[in-house]
Write a protein that binds this ligand. Sequence first.
Ligand code: HEM
Length: 408
Amino acid sequence: MLSRRHFLVAAGTGAAGLAAGGGAASFFERAHDPAGDATVPFYGPYQAGIATAAQDRLVFASFDLTLSTQAELRDLLRQWTAAAALMTGGEATGAVEGHPAVPPADTGEALGLSPAMLTVTFGFGPSLFARDGLGLAAGRPSALRPIGHLPGDLLDPARSDGDLCVQACANDPQVAFHAVRNLARIGRGAVVLRWTQLGFGRTSSTTSTQETARNLQGFKDGTNNLHGDDAKAMSRFVWVGDDEPQRWFRGGTYLVARRIRMLIETWDRTSLGDQEATIGRSKVTGAPLTGNREHDPVDLDLRGTRGHPVIPLDAHVRRAAPASNDGARILRRGYSFTDGIDPASGELDAGLFFICYQRDPHKQFAAIQGRLGANDALNEYIKHTGSGLFAVPPGTRRGGFIGEGLFT
Ligand code: HEM
């Protein structure tokens, strides 16, 4: 059997490296890794990183195409798929040690790190299907129409949209960064980065066993989230079903990302009572104002002694609840972010990089956000500064590649 060092030398560069890496033993050293070998399977009917338990770190990247033909796009997706499968398994995308005269095929910063439950999830933006010369218009997923302006939007075009996206999540930030960096490296000449976002401290529990994490406002976030392990709810609200006219997209879903800045200094000057009335839940326990424990039901009809609703009419959990949105639900999978300070004000540029998944972004995310943007008490403390919508193709099997059905 090849030693790790020999494998690295033998694997060569570029595509040859990808091919050689497939059967070789993982090169990440596990001996010093108390987190163990945990990996999330890359292949399957759905892409990983959606229903699978949310990890602690995020690197999100949006790319624009510089390539111009379908064949080049197919090649890129084939190479990205192969690289993602290797990296999520804890392997390099190619040799780190090779010929001294050429750059290493893998950039090397994940050497010695565990797979850290890395998932790499790919999405296609509306602009991909509108590109002249690519000829993909006939394959556009039926709900992949741009989300228009929503109330309260202050979106920066430089932090919005894109032809392709990659959501890399892991329990180690360097493993997630390594994944995006190497995909960008492999894509050189075919794509350019448009914008990226780092995230930490997942803000949503996405399975029934995960404890609810806190967002940067200090509140538990994700209590009433959909759960990825609830197959019935996932089929109903997240996975695109057999009614989708684009057969290749069945088993896919839509990702909406929103960079939401929190006006943290204003929030920190707000009384506890007002903070809790804004959300509709208690800060420490996460219980709804109509209960005592986190998972007690949110009772939107309960009135207090003076006849006022206990959960205020403009509380976030009331405005976002399915009962206020024709039953619409979404799978939230966001992360906190901080990008230093806003030079104009000296205030923190930090908040929630909101990500959600659903089977129809217009009937779900946009319908809910349209109402939130108009009358959510939280609006006093947040600003939506970036936005992206992407169709996330179904998963693939060994030998296939993400988005393959679009080309057949
Ligand atoms: C910075 C912005 C936001 C913050 C700080 C925030 C925070 C919270 C918190 C603390 C909860 C209560 C716990 C829970 O059930 O998860 C919650 C619930 C929820 N939020 Fe947000 N949220 C934000 C933006 C959004 C956006 C943009 C949407 C969708 C358009 C959204 C949709 C929801 C939904 C659907 C619920 C569950 C409501 C229920 O059924 O009880 N949130 N959010």
